[in-house]
Ligand binder design. Structure first.
Ligand SMILES: NC(=O)c1ccc[n+]([C@@H]2O[C@H](COP(=O)([O-])OP(=O)(O)OC[C@H]3O[C@@H](n4cnc5c(N)ncnc54)[C@H](O)[C@@H]3O)[C@@H](O)[C@H]2O)c1
Length: 254
């Protein structure tokens, strides 16, 4: 087990990619703290993880709210006494429109706030703790922030490209403290019912267009994204910081 004795906080982890990340980090021996917006969903996720033998805890908080974020990191410290791994996973297009003319100012703010400001606030709360012991911060960018994707729109592209800049600059700043900061940029993954539905109802030809652009000719799995996170969380990537792993079947080669 590569993460025995480590403590991981994963934001937006009650479902989707985040939940499988928590499950996978726990299988490698880490104690995991699940964050999400809804307390009930967080509790259900924690119960599911504990039922599988994981050392798990949860904390409901909105990653865009500084006070809640600080309380969350305090909770991790009070519960497990350390924080080694932070996965800034909360985010997504958050049901906002893709086309420029359809995006409201509120849509724009929501996408930028959750994906980018949330990543900033949680990292800012975690770094002082990690400075004492070192750590690994892993941010969720996206293929939508690495190249022009037909699947997502401009606000998401801006937020996820911002995550890349944030990752590199923070890596430079905290590297001397033994804190590594990396990102993964997944291609499209059918991580929940909504995305599955969107995929199933894609206009004729668009599905084929997406798959044809992927050299491996298939979408990635949730587990494949969690495996990349585990690699960046563990000592296997000990000399990597400021990098972005493009986990996308070759769709974009950075
Ligand atoms: N699924 C994909 O194809 C894909 C591709 C590239 C990148 N990503 C990124 O991976 C991450 C996870 O994606 P997913 O598909 O599992 O999404 P998801 O919608 O299934 O899960 C995201 C979780 O974040 C939570 N969340 C939303 N706003 C929050 C907030 N303010 N505070 C705390 N939690 C909040 C949601 O409640 C949800 O449980 C996102 O950052 C997404 O942009 C996903």
């Amino acid at each position: 087990m590569r993460l025995e004795g480590r403590v991981a906080l994963i934001t937006g982890a009650a479902r989707g990619l985040g939940f499988t990340m928590a499950e996978t980090l726990a299988k490698e021996g880490a104690a995991v703290v699940v964050n999400d917006l809804d307390g009930q969903l967080v509790e259900e996720a924690v119960t599911a993880l504990r039922d599988k033998g994981a050392k798990a805890d949860g904390f409901a908080a909105n990653v865009t709210n500084k006070e809640q974020v600080i309380s969350m990191v305090d909770h991790v410290m009070n519960t497990f006494g350390r924080l080694d791994i932070l996965v800034n996973n909360a985010g997504g297009a958050l049901r906002t429109p893709k086309k420029l003319e359809d995006i409201t100012e509120e849509d724009w703010d929501l996408v930028l706030d959750v994906n980018l400001k949330g990543t900033f606030l949680v990292s800012q709360a975690a770094v002082p703790v990690m400075k004492e012991q070192g750590g690994s911060i892993i941010n969720l960018s996206s293929i939508g922030g690495r190249t022009a994707s037909i699947v997502t729109g401009v606000s998401y592209a801006a937020a996820k490209a911002g995550v890349v800049g944030f990752t590199r600059r923070l890596a430079k700043e905290v590297g001397p403290y033994g804190i590594r900061v990396n990102a993964i940029a997944p291609g499209l993954v059918l991580s929940g019912e909504r995305l599955q539905e969107t995929w199933d109802h894609m206009p004729e030809g668009e599905q084929a267009e997406v798959l044809d652009a992927i050299p491996l000719r298939r979408l990635g799995s949730i587990q494949e994204m969690a495996n990349a996170i585990t690699f960046l969380a563990s000592g296997d990537s000990s000399y990597m910081t400021g990098s972005v792993l493009d986990v996308n079947g070759g769709r974009f080669m950075g």
